[in-house]
Write a protein that binds this ligand. Structure first.
Ligand code: G6P
Length: 471
C-alpha cells in the first residue's frame, strides 16, 4: 500500500488537553499511521487576507498534518453558506430549509480550488488520496485540473438524495460531474447508492455498468468511477471498554444516584434539525400523556451540543427546543421530578459512554441521517447482562443493518410514545436477544474495517483509466 492522504474540512490535529478523538478519527489515524500518511484540511482559522497556499505542518505519532487558513469571506460563503445552508439541507431532504446564493456557490468552488492548490505540492505520484464529505465534492476535479493523476476516492458521510430532490439545486449537474473525477465514490447505505445512481441516470444520462461503475467525461477526459456502499462503523471494542470504565466515574455515579429508581432515556447529538429533536420531545410528551404509569418513573436526558450557530436555522432550532423542554416540564413535571433534562452543550466522550450504559433506552430518532454513530455507540456501551433498548429512526442509515432496534417513524409522536412504553417494559430475555444480534454486527463492521475496505477497493481499481476525448 502506498502513502494514504486523507482530506477533510476539519482535521483532528492532536492538541494538548483536548478530549480524545472520536472513533472515526481514530480509525483514519490508524490507517494513516500504518502508511506514513498525511491528513490535510482547514486549520480552523480565518484571515482577512486572501487564502495563501502556505500550509502549517506538524508531525505527531507517525502522521503528518498539513492545514491551511482560509480567507474570512470565502470561508463564510463556503462553510455557513453553500456547505451548510445549501448542501446540508438538500442532501437531508429538507428543501424548505435550503437557501441558495450564487456567491456562496462561487466561494465553495474557490475554497475547493484553494485546497487543491495547497495540497498538490505535498503529493507524491504513488499516493492514494481519500477525500471526505460534502464540503469537498469538487476537490478531485480541481486536483485533476492541476494535473493530479493519483487514485482519488471520495466518501460521503451524509445521505445522497434521488434526482427529484437534488434537482432543486441550480447547476446540480456540475456537482454530479465533479464526482466523475473520482476513481471511487463511497456512500453509507444501499439507499444512498440508489439515490446517486438515479441522479447519474436522470441528471447526466449515465447508466451504471454491470460492475457498479459509471463512465463519463470529466475535465476533457473519459473516466470511469466506481460507486459502492461502504457503511461506516465504530471502534466497537474500544467504546465498550470506555463505557465499562466510565460506569465508575463520578459523573455517571452522580447521574445514577440522581435517577433513584427511575428509568433513564438518553439522547445525544449535535443540535441539528436533521436529528429530529423537537419530534423526539413530542414523542416523550406522548409517552407521558398516554401512559400515565410512567409519570414520575422515567427521565429523558437530552444532550444537544451547540453547532453551526452562524446558520439561522440552527439558532431557530435552539429556541424551539428551549421552549418545548420548558413546556413538557411545566405540563408533566412535579416539585421533585423533572421529566426532561435538556443540556445544550457538548459533553466529553467518556462521560457520554457512561451515560449510555446507565440508560434503559437509547432514543436515536433523526429525520434523516447518513449512518448515525450514536446508535452504534449506545449499543456498544451496554452491559451484556442487562442491556438497554435502542429505539431507532427508520430514516437513519444505521436502520439498514441494526435489526435488533425498535424502529420508529419520528414524525409519528403517538407511535414514538407507544414504542417508548414497549422499550421500558421489555423483558430481559428480549433485550439480551436484540442486543446480541446488534452487537455481533457491530463487532464485524468496525470503523477500522470500513477504512480498510474502502482503501482496498480504491487501490485495486486500475490506475486512472483516462482517455483523452479532445486534444
Ligand atoms: C457531520 C458531517 C461532518 C462534520 C460534522 C460536524 O458529521 O458529516 O462533515 O464535520 O457533522 O459539523 P461541523 O460543521 O462542525 O464540521
Amino acid at each position: 500500500m502506498g502513502r494514504v492522504v486523507v482530506v477533510s474540512n476539519r482535521v483532528a490535529v492532536p492538541r494538548r488537553g483536548e478530549p480524545t478523538a472520536g472513533g472515526l478519527a481514530v480509525a483514519l489515524k490508524d490507517v494513516l499511521k500504518s502508511s506514513g500518511g498525511l491528513w490535510f484540511g482547514w486549520s480552523g482559522e480565518t484571515r482577512k487576507e486572501p487564502t495563501s497556499r502556505e500550509t502549517r505542518r506538524i508531525r505527531s505519532a507517525g502522521i503528518d498534518y498539513a492545514t491551511i487558513d482560509l480567507n474570512e469571506q470565502d470561508h463564510k460563503g463556503f462553510y455557513a453558506g453553500f456547505s451548510n445552508a445549501t448542501l446540508w439541507p438538500l442532501f437531508h431532504f429538507r428543501l424548505g430549509l435550503m437557501e441558495y446564493d450564487r456567491k456562496h456557490a462561487e466561494a465553495y468552488r474557490r475554497v475547493n480550488r484553494d485546497f487543491a492548490e495547497a495540497l498538490l505540492p505535498l503529493l507524491g505520484p504513488q499516493d492514494t488520496i481519500w477525500i471526505h464529505d460534502y464540503q469537498l465534492i469538487p476537490l478531485a476535479a480541481e486536483l485533476r485540473a492541476l494535473g493530479a493523476k493519483q487514485r482519488i476516492g471520495f466518501f460521503l458521510h451524509i445521505p445522497f438524495p434521488p434526482f427529484a430532490v437534488l434537482s432543486a439545486l441550480p447547476d446540480c449537474d456540475k456537482l454530479l460531474k465533479d464526482l466523475l473525477a473520482y476513481d471511487l465514490v463511497g456512500l453509507q447505505t444501499r439507499r444512498d447508492l440508489a439515490g446517486l445512481v438515479n441522479c447519474f441516470s436522470e441528471g447526466l444520462g449515465l447508466e451504471v455498468d454491470a460492475e457498479g461503475g459509471v463512465r463519463g467525461e470529466s475535465g476533457g477526459h473519459m473516466r470511469r468511477t466506481q460507486l459502492a456502499a461502504h457503511p461506516i462503523g465504530i471502534d466497537t471494542r474500544g467504546f465498550a471498554t470506555l463505557a465499562r470504565k466510565a460506569a465508575f466515574t463520578p459523573e455517571t455515579q452522580r447521574l445514577v444516584k440522581s435517577m433513584g429508581d427511575r428509568a433513564l432515556i438518553v439522547g445525544a447529538e449535535r443540535l441539528d434539525y436533521t436529528k429530529g429533536l423537537p419530534h423526539r420531545m413530542r414523542g416523550v410528551a406522548a409517552l407521558l400523556a398516554n401512559f400515565p404509569e410512567h409519570l414520575n418513573n422515567v427521565t429523558y436526558l437530552q444532550v444537544a451540543a451547540r453547532s453551526r450557530n452562524e446558520v439561522a436555522s440552527y439558532r431557530d432550532l435552539k429556541r424551539e427546543l428551549d421552549s418545548l423542554a420548558g413546556r413538557i416540564n411545566g405540563d408533566y413535571g412535579t416539585f421533585d421530578w423533572t421529566p426532561v433534562r435538556y443540556v445544550a452543550r457538548a459533553m466529553a466522550r467518556d462521560t457520554l459512554a457512561g451515560f449510555y450504559r446507565a440508560a434503559r433506552v437509547g432514543l436515536v430518532t433523526p429525520l434523516r441521517d447518513g449512518m448515525n454513530l450514536v446508535a452504534k455507540e449506545y449499543v456498544a456501551a451496554q452491559d451484556p447482562e442487562d442491556p438497554g433498548v435502542l429505539i431507532l429512526s427508520q430514516f437513519a442509515g444505521a436502520a439498514e443493518t441494526m435489526d435488533g432496534a425498535l424502529l420508529v417513524n419520528p414524525l409519528d409522536a403517538q407511535a414514538m410514545g407507544e414504542t417508548l412504553d414497549r422499550a421500558l417494559r421489555m423483558p430481559l430475555a428480549e433485550r439480551r436477544d436484540r442486543w446480541t444480534r446488534m452487537m455481533s454486527g457491530l463487532e464485524e463492521q468496525t470503523a477500522m474495517r470500513w477504512a480498510e475496505n474502502f482503501l482496498t477497493e480504491l487501490e485495486e481499481l486500475p490506475l486512472s483509466g483516462e482517455e483523452l476525448i479532445w486534444a
